[in-house]
Design a protein around this ligand. Structure first.
Ligand code: PMP
Length: 363
């Protein structure tokens, strides 16, 4: 007998995760390079100290205060407003989406996305024994809407996962694409994963605006990126209240700790300060994309806090060359491409310097 007695299909599989290497310039997991300010960190600490005095009790299972604050924040993205009943949260948007698959996927059901896309999606499907179907994006990483709609109609997925902006390409979806696929997937839900939503370029709307028109639309967000709080583990969604009710059936009781709830509420009170850094990062992103293009490289248009660039005959050699110079990026995406997260101006300077050297060496 093989030990441990793991599910057959999980044998030999490596756990997901980028290498966590201790190098000076870390541009590999799309983190926000700016930590919270000292004032924000102090508020979080005070809030957590308050929660600590009642840790003998289970936390508010319905996290009403946090849902109300998240709804108020999301309401800034839509003229229709978002209510607390439309909001759900969990430990990172990865957990939010796993819960969606637990509730709406399962044996005999299909989850669908379009490649290249976020590599955790097939893991949610595998872990919930949901069939995984992968359509294709076009060569510029956009969706051919007619083809995407046909695939959805043919496979009748229970869950469609649409990251916008997409990881690893940075591509945002136009509202027409979301609307068309919501209509095509009428018997399922359509999850627009806006983990990087706050980084979108001016004029690109959030799918939150479309919620009143499509009861099967779910918009997922996270505090990991724009809120500079990846370590907090707080993801959330907005959807029809009936969808939030369905998730309650599969969530573990008290899944959001009192410490998490207190810290997230404190961080949300600092939203304007934290989001101020997003504007700096968007400018740095646009400048980095331009710079890469002036180097003769191909770069996917990006609405996120990273850029996909290439193409390289030996991308691993370029990745390694950068690492040898203290700059860690991510070897991911289609063959020949590399992804760099947008860091501070100094970090991007170090990246550009290192890449220039590596490309000169290769030439
Ligand atoms: N969606 C996408 C597209 C992502 O890239 C990530 C993180 N890299 C997540 C969701 C999950 O983020 P978190 O669990 O930290 O909210």
């Amino acid at each position: 007998m093989t030990w441990p007695p793991l599910r057959e299909e999980l044998r030999g599989i490596e756990p997901y995760g980028a290498p966590q290497l201790d190098v000076p310039v870390q541009l590999n997991v799309n983190e926000n390079p700016y930590g919270p300010s000292l004032a924000c960190a102090a508020d979080i600490a005070t809030a957590v100290a308050g929660a600590a005095t009642t840790l003998n009790r289970y936390p508010d299972r319905e996290f009403v205060e946090l849902r109300t604050a998240l709804a108020a924040y999301l309401s800034t993205d839509t003229p229709h407003g978002v209510t607390a009943e439309q909001v759900w949260a969990a430990n990172g948007s990865n957990e939010v989406m796993l819960q969606l698959l637990q509730a709406f996927g399962g044996p005999g059901r299909v989850a669908l996305s379009f490649a290249p896309t976020y590599s955790m999606y097939p893991e949610y499907a595998r872990d919930t024994v949901t069939e995984w179907v992968l359509g294709r994006r076009e060569s510029d990483f956009s969706l051919d809407l007619a083809r995407a709609r046909d695939l959805v109609k043919e496979r009748q997925p229970s869950v469609v996962l649409l990251p916008s902006p997409n990881n690893p390409t940075g591509t945002a979806l136009p509202p027409e694409a979301v609307a068309t696929l919501c209509e095509a997937a009428q018997d399922g839900i359509v999850v627009v994963d806006e983990a990087y939503g706050e980084f979108r370029r001016t004029g690109v709307p959030s799918a939150v605006e479309l919620l009143p028109e499509h009861r099967n639309l779910v918009v997922s967000r996270t505090m990991s990126k724009a809120f500079a709080a990846a370590g907090l583990r707080l993801g959330y969604l907005a959807a029809d209240p009936a969808i939030c009710d369905a998730i309650r059936v599969v969530r573990l009781p008290y899944h959001l700790s009192a410490v998490t709830q207190a810290a997230a509420l404190a961080a949300l009170r600092h939203a304007p300060e934290l989001l101020g850094k997003v504007d700096e990062l968007r400018a740095e992103r646009d400048a980095s994309v331009d710079w890469l293009r002036t180097r003769g490289l191909q770069v996917a248009d990006s609405d996120a806090n990273f850029a996909l660039f290439g193409t390289f005959a030996d991308r691993h050699a370029v990745w390694q060359g950068l690492l040898d110079r203290g700059v860690l990026i991510r070897e991911t995406g289609p063959d020949g491409w590399l992804r760099v997260s947008i860091g501070t101006a100094d970090e991007m300077m170090a990246f550009k310097q290192a890449l220039t050297e590596v490309l000169e060496e290769e030439a």
